[in-house]
Design a protein around this ligand. Structure first.
Ligand SMILES: [Fe+2]
Length: 420
């Protein structure tokens, strides 16, 4: 079993200083006092397993909160700069990379400014099946995103992702590869002792790997919330469900887990309570129904969800299931397990940007572990890294570390970013 709580990184003074050319990303010292120890200590495992979520209210220290907000703002500014200033239409050589450019109508400066800049979940669109035109909001298709992860959209002059000269291009975009653009978030996601203590409480005695880590800034003026939905564990092959089941509750908490931890440095409070909306709703206990991981399980609004909940009771203590809208004070995290249906409230007109970041971890997938353990020859040997982080960035990081230009991976980082 891997130890997640061991001190992962040498003291800051022992680390090599970055070289002037900064081949991967600038290194910076850790913010030690990130979280309030009393909030960490207040975690109640029994309650978490029963409710399926935990609110780490005000967990960030004042300094940690300021740092998190500033970092999310910095990443957004960085990405907006790329979206505005990269020469998508006449600079990037798409053909040379075997890619297709964004649709012509989306290449205008106005379209990019109004539709892509300012927040998350605006950037990506998915190619439709067959020959139908590509549809959906967004700017970069999945092949481009895959290319940025595997090879990197590097080039020179006009044929490159724009940077303002204060940060090196990572060949990718901050929203989807935030840990590659932020030493601060990389530390939080893979090494910071207080964050490892927090995640360790969610996975007691278990190894956990990164599932994904995304920026989730909600842009200014973006009003609509998100409908009720749930997520599954891995590709769903280990889920306990019947295809035609309407949800048979099981009071046992699943040991295999994918747990999402959202960080709201500036909070998220409903309009009714005087906030800007965008609050998170969920149904305590409903993770034990095992059903909502299905993509087909979605309820458009509270009324539909209330209907679904009619007559259903908590599998452990028998109280009626109820929607709970969380009031999230600034500097908080919310952790919730997979299967838990959740929803995001609409935001008031002229709401400012909502700053948020998502850390999602899961226990290793049993089949992947089995395949890795079965690999006996060098040729069979699986990668030392899992598939989540961009391969081109991991290669460059490894090389930079070998050259002494970047601090070495911590033990926890190797475990979290490594293969199942
Ligand atoms: Fe979700």
């Amino acid at each position: 079993m891997h130890q997640h709580l061991a001190s992962p990184t040498p003291a800051a003074t022992e680390l090599p200083r970055p070289k002037a050319h900064q081949p991967v990303m600038p290194w910076e010292p850790r913010l030690e006092g990130l979280l309030r120890p009393d909030v960490l200590a207040a975690f109640d495992r029994k309650q978490f397993e029963s409710d399926g979520y935990w609110l780490w209210a005000g967990a960030l220290t004042d300094e940690g909160r300021a740092r998190m907000t500033a970092e999310l703002q910095r990443l957004q500014a960085m990405q907006d700069f790329m979206v505005r200033n990269t020469r998508w239409a006449d600079g990037i050589n798409w053909a040379a990379r075997g890619l297709s450019p964004p649709p012509p109508e989306r290449l205008t400066a106005e379209w990019r400014e109004t539709r892509v800049c300012g927040g998350s979940e605006q950037l990506s669109y998915y190619p439709a099946q067959g020959d139908t035109p590509e549809v959906g909001k967004g700017f970069l298709n999945m092949p481009t995103r895959t290319f940025m992860a595997d090879v990197g959209l590097f080039g020179t002059g006009a044929d490159s992702l724009a940077t303002d000269g204060t940060w090196p291009s990572q060949g990718h975009v901050p929203e989807f590869a935030p840990l590659c653009h932020s030493p601060f978030l990389l530390d939080l996601a893979t090494s910071h002792p207080q964050m490892m203590a927090l995640f360790g409480k969610l996975f007691p005695g278990e190894r956990f790997c990164i599932d994904h880590a995304n920026v989730l800034n909600r842009k200014q003026g973006e009003g609509p919330g998100r409908h009720w939905h749930g997520h599954r564990y891995g590709d769903g092959r280990y889920e306990e469900y019947e295809e035609d089941s309407d949800g048979s509750p099981n009071p046992e908490f699943l040991r295999r887990q994918c747990i999402r931890t959202l960080c709201y440095p500036e909070g998220a409070v409903s309009a009714e309570e005087g906030g800007y909306g965008g609050e998170l709703g969920l149904v305590p206990g409903m993770h034990l129904f095992r059903v909502p991981f299905e993509a087909s399980f979605s309820q458009a609004d509270d009324a539909a969800m209330e209907q679904w909940l009619q007559g259903k009771t908590h599998p452990r203590h028998g109280t009626p299931l109820r929607i709970k809208r969380l009031t999230v004070p600034p500097g908080s995290f919310i952790s919730f397990c997979h299967h838990m249906p959740h929803w995001v409230g609409p935001r008031v007109v002229d709401a400012p940007t909502r700053w948020a970041f998502l850390f999602a971890y899961r226990t290793p997938l049993p089949h992947a572990v089995a395949e890795r353990e079965a690999a006996t020859t060098a040729e069979d040997e699986t990668s030392r890294w899992g598939p989540v982080m961009p391969a081109q960035w991991l290669r460059r990081m490894d090389a930079a570390i070998a050259r002494g230009e970047h601090p070495p991976w911590s033990e926890t980082a190797r475990s979290i970013l490594g293969p199942d």
